[in-house]
Write a protein that binds this ligand. Structure first.
Ligand code: UYC
Length: 232
């Protein structure tokens, strides 16, 4: 068993994304010794930007009942692995907690709610955004929300993923909606039950932006300076 652990540890550190993805649940099943390897991995990666492999490791530890995993996260990663930065004092911890347990439906709702908070009290009451609200969002907040989605979805979900798909389709909405399963043939996907709330969804499926009032809000989201290379 010691050999197993050593070999899994090396594959976790040096393997390709695909290998790492397979190794993580195997380590989790090996009990305390496996968890130790996962904790060591996360700690070593602490000063680097979090990837979705880090996200997987974090999720395994977060969802483990082992006291040492709980104590480790409490002391080293009390707010998760994505820095929860906000330009206006918004608390993104509820979003990170829902994504850590892969509750994508509740995470989607809270994403809309947090963006309304960003826009101010009238938007919170209204429960939807004007495109002008989005234009004045701080880049850092959109990046925090987006990084949380990316890191906890194997890089599958997030505004930046949707934006790349939209750009690759020449900004054509009629091609974009079916591509991310928001529309099938002539039919809009109905909220909430027809959407896919897990990682079997197509790339870019989440988070949702209601298209009922048109494309101006989502266009303004995709045109935001948050996604340009120089905005950090
Ligand atoms: N809904 O169909 N949507 C709602 C989507 C449309 C509609 C919420 C997305 C088409 C109504 C979210 C799609 C449409 C409500 C989404 C989609 C429509 C509602 C909850 C595929 C009819 C009740 C948050 C593009 C043809 C709300 C919110 C109300 C809700 C998302 C209808 C997240 C991605 C054009 C009637 N839909 N939505 O915004 O205002 O309320 O009464 O996009």
């Amino acid at each position: 068993p010691a050999n197993d652990i050593d070999s899994l540890r090396l594959q976790l550190i040096a393997g390709s994304f695909q290998v790492q993805q397979q190794i993580i649940p195997q380590l989790a099943d090996l009990g305390n010794e496996g968890l130790d390897v996962l904790m060591e991995f996360l700690l070593k990666r602490r000063d680097n930007p979090a990837t979705w492999v880090d996200g997987k490791v974090y999720q395994v530890l977060y969802n483990s009942d082992a006291p040492q995993a709980k104590e480790f996260l409490r002391s080293c990663f009390p707010e998760g692995i994505v820095p929860l930065k906000s330009g206006c004092g918004i608390n993104y911890n509820p979003l990170q907690q829902l994504l850590a347990v892969q509750d994508f439906q509740a995470a989607d709702r809270i994403t809309i709610q947090k963006m309304c908070e960003l826009a101010g009290p009238t938007a919170v009451q209204r429960k939807w955004l004007y495109f002008t609200d989005v234009e004045s969002f701080p880049a850092i907040d959109l990046q925090t929300i987006n990084n949380l989605w990316l890191v906890h979805s194997e890089g599958k979900f997030g505004f930046s993923v949707q934006r790349e798909i939209w750009l690759s389709l020449g900004k054509n909405w009629d091609n974009f909606w079916p591509k991310i399963s928001w529309k099938k043939g002539n039919n809009w996907t109905r909220y909430p039950n027809e959407f896919t709330w897990d990682l079997s969804a197509p790339k870019g499926h989440l988070p949702l932006s209601n298209q009922l009032r048109g494309v101006r809000v989502i266009s303004s989201l995709f045109s935001h300076p948050a996604w340009s290379k120089n905005s950090e």
